[in-house]
Write a protein that binds this ligand. Structure first.
Ligand code: HXC
Length: 257
């Protein structure tokens, strides 16, 4: 891997992926995205991993897709490159992913953070979809996920003006989970990941899938989907362990079976 650093057990059961093109503010070129897709697939298949953190560095989570790589492309080049199949595969990761964001999360960087399941931000984080300023528009889910997260009026303004949203405002608008001082954002992400890693990996996977389903379905179908996943939890040893532990007044030990 040239553009990302992967630590499968950064903490017990928690993997860390660091985007690593610091000079280019972690601009997401095609190779980086391919590496990210492959790393996530590997971590998703690794039974020891129960939660994944994606981070950048203090200055930038990612300043967007690599403009220099895109600049000379035609529509047909873009169609043939089909970069979004990579993004679709990333979206299919079953384990929970936390984005730990400091500095710029712009364009594809903001879209990548929103593709994750939760976002912890440092107080220096800036979210934005500035594609409009370079004559294009968001292409990796920005118009959809941002609108669902913060509503039409705010999303429209960000997408049509390219204006950035600072972390504090992003928290108020419900785009992110919380803001912490810059020296703590990664610790806070690890804390959240550790909390999740204590739960049943089976139930976590099914719960993530169910919450995500709410973006794709009407209520009736979503409730039906949730119910099936709820029943499926009862096929796991973790359900027996969790409920027995409660009755026996002890901490459960989940095994992911
Ligand atoms: C390629 C980038 C880049 C990007 C920064 N760099 N963003 N290279 N693609 N998206 C490079 C700069 O060219 C520069 O390299 C170095 O990183 C440092 O950036 P500076 O501009 O010198 O830093 P600063 O003045 O602090 O400004 C930071 C910034 C600005 C405000 C974030 O870099 C910026 O506006 N970047 C572009 C943001 C953007 O438009 N993102 C959306 C991209 S389109 P050199 O070699 O010159 O020193 C997109 C589409 C997504 O994301 C859909 C498909 C996935």
């Amino acid at each position: 891997m040239e553009f990302i650093l992967v630590t499968p057990q950064a903490q017990p059961h928690v993997a860390l992926i660091q985007l690593n093109r610091p000079k280019e503010l972690n601009a997401l070129n095609l190779q980086l995205m391919g590496e990210l897709r492959d790393a996530l697939k590997e971590l998703d298949d690794n039974d020891e991993v129960r939660a994944i953190i994606i981070t950048g560095n203090e200055r930038a989570f990612a300043a967007g897709a690599d403009i220099k790589q895109m600049a000379g492309k035609t529509a047909i080049d873009m169609l043939n490159i089909d970069q979004f199949s990579t993004w679709d595969q990333i979206r299919k990761t079953k384990k929970p992913i936390i984005a730990a964001v400091s500095g710029f999360a712009l364009g594809g960087g903001c879209e990548l953070a929103m593709t994750c399941d939760m976002i912890i931000a440092s107080e220096t984080a800036m979210f934005g979809q500035p594609e409009i300023k370079i004559g294009v528009m968001p292409g990796a889910g920005g118009t959809q996920r941002l609108t669902k997260a913060i509503g039409k009026a705010k999303a429209m303004e960000m997408v049509l003006t390219g204006k950035f949203m600072p972390a504090e405002e992003a928290e108020k608008q419900g785009l992110i989970n919380r803001v912490v001082p810059v020296e703590l954002y990664l610790d806070e992400a690890f804390k959240l990941a550790a909390e999740i890693a204590k739960m049943s990996p089976v139930a976590i996977k099914l719960a993530k899938e169910s919450v995500n389903r709410s973006f794709e379905t009407q209520l009736d179908e979503g409730l039906h989907f949730e119910r099936k996943n709820f029943y499926l939890c009862f096929a796991s040893e973790d359900q027996t362990e969790g409920m027995n532990a409660f009755v026996e007044k002890r901490a459960p030990e989940f095994k992911g079976r």
